[in-house]
Each structure stands twice: as C-alpha cells, then as structure tokens.
Write a protein that binds this ligand. Structure first.
Ligand code: PEP
Length: 237
C-alpha cells in the first residue's frame, strides 16, 4: 500500500511558513518520492496561500479539523467545504488534542461524513491514554473508538493510531505493541484503508516504525515543523 507521510503543524508558525513546501520539495524532489504521498496539515489560515506551492511540489495539503455543519453560526470554525475550496484534500478529525477538549466519537464521525461529502478524505484519529494501556485495555478501547468514529459505509478514509501518551512526549510504542495494535485495526478497517502510526515519530525511529507490518505511514507533529526532519522521515518510508 502506498505510504502516507503526514505532517501536523498544529498551532505553529506564521505566514512565512507558507514557503516551507518549496523548501521540502528542494530537499526531497518529487521524482525521489514517487512511491509515497507527502501531506502537510498547516493551520487553516495557511492552506490557501500554500496551495500553489504544494501543487507544484507534489505535496498534498490538509486541514487539522473541520466542523460537521455545512455552514451556520459557528464562530471561529471552518467547514469541510471551506477546507476543500481553500485547496486541501485531507482533514484530520478526532485528534486527541481535540478529543481532550470534549470532542466525542459521534462528533468525529459527523465531521468525517461532512468531509467525505465534500470529497475531502478524513484522517480519523484514535488512541488510548497511558492509564488504559497500563490496565491492558488499549485494544478494547481503540477498537470501540474506531467502531464509533468511522461512519458506516465510509470507504475513503485514513485511520491514524496515536497512543495519547506518545504524542509530543518523546515516548513511542514498542514495535511489538504497534504491530499488535495495527493488526487488530487492520481486521476492523479491512485491506484498503491506510493505517498511520503517530506519536513522537522522528528521523531516528522512522525506519523501524514504518517497516512494521500494517503501518502504512505516519502522522507527525513536532518533527514535521522542520522540513529537514520531515524529509528524513519521508526518505525512510
Ligand atoms: C500528533 O500530534 O499527531 C503527533 C503525533 O505529535 P508528535 O509527533 O509531536 O508526537
């Protein structure tokens, strides 16, 4: 399956960052990454001004969130249609940092439906807390999250497994844990859905993680902010 290397810039950067895709394409020209997809999910404000350079550099563009409504009185929100019309083809939904703010599985499923309606591919995030992993309930919790967050009948989506305790902490799940979790996820999502691993992926651990069975790419926070490290991770894929 074609790997997907996805960077999530979160709330980092300023307008000068719209030049980063150009820098990435110089570091790792499209001809050297024909076997994989590279995606950058910047803050929403940067999507439109990044669209041309991403297109030129063969880099996909995504948003970090969208609202489930088509339009309306939702101050500060962006709709899936806005995401699409700004130039993005992917949207992250249900990131743990948003779930921590109260987003439920049902909210995530509604956002995924809204995205799919606009032809935007949702990247649906799931993952367990450290307490849950310690209690040996990680697989049960993640399985329940997937069943409740992935809308019935949806086929074009990406599933990102991100153990919460590994996000931004420098801790990563062991290769065995990732292998076991991704095998379980594969059984649920079927053979055609890309399953990403996320949680402190960096150049030093990318090869091992990306070489694990049923890992079809990575969702990368901190290490996606520097184009050198994002390119090094993409090279490992
Ligand atoms: C993320 O936010 O999705 C993430 C995986 O972050 P980091 O790579 O910094 O752990």
């Amino acid at each position: 399956m074609r790997p997907l290397i996805a960077g999530n810039w979160k709330m980092h950067g300023d307008m000068s960052w719209v030049d980063k895709p150009g820098a990435f394409a110089e570091l790792l020209p499209a001809a050297e990454r024909e076997h994989l997809d590279v995606l950058i999910c910047p803050p929403s404000l940067f999507i439109a001004p990044m669209a041309a350079s991403c297109h030129e550099g063969n880099i996909l563009l995504g948003a970090q969130n969208c609202h489930d409504a088509e339009s309306g009185a939702h101050t500060g929100e962006v709709s899936a249609e806005m995401v699409k019309s700004a130039g993005a083809d992917y949207v992250i939904v249900g990131h743990s940092e948003r779930r921590a703010g109260g987003e439920t599985n049902a909210d995530v499923a509604a956002k995924a439906i809204a995205a799919a309606k606009q032809g935007v591919t949702p990247i649906i995030c799931v993952g367990e807390s450290l307490d849950i992993r310690k209690a040996d309930e990680a697989e049960a919790v993640v399985s329940a999250q997937i069943k409740a967050s992935v809308p019935e009948g949806l086929t074009d989506y990406v599933l990102a497994y991100e153990p919460i305790w590994a996000i931004g902490t420098g801790m990563t799940a062991t290769a065995e844990d990732i292998k076991a979790m991704h095998a379980m996820i594969r059984d649920i999502v079927g053979p055609n859905v890309r399953i990403l691993y996320g949680g402190s992926v960096k150049p030093a651990n990318a090869k091992e993680i990306l070489g694990t069975d049923n890992v079809n790419g990575a969702l990368i926070g901190g290490a996606s902010l520097e184009m050198e490290s994002l390119a090094a991770i993409a090279r490992a894929a």
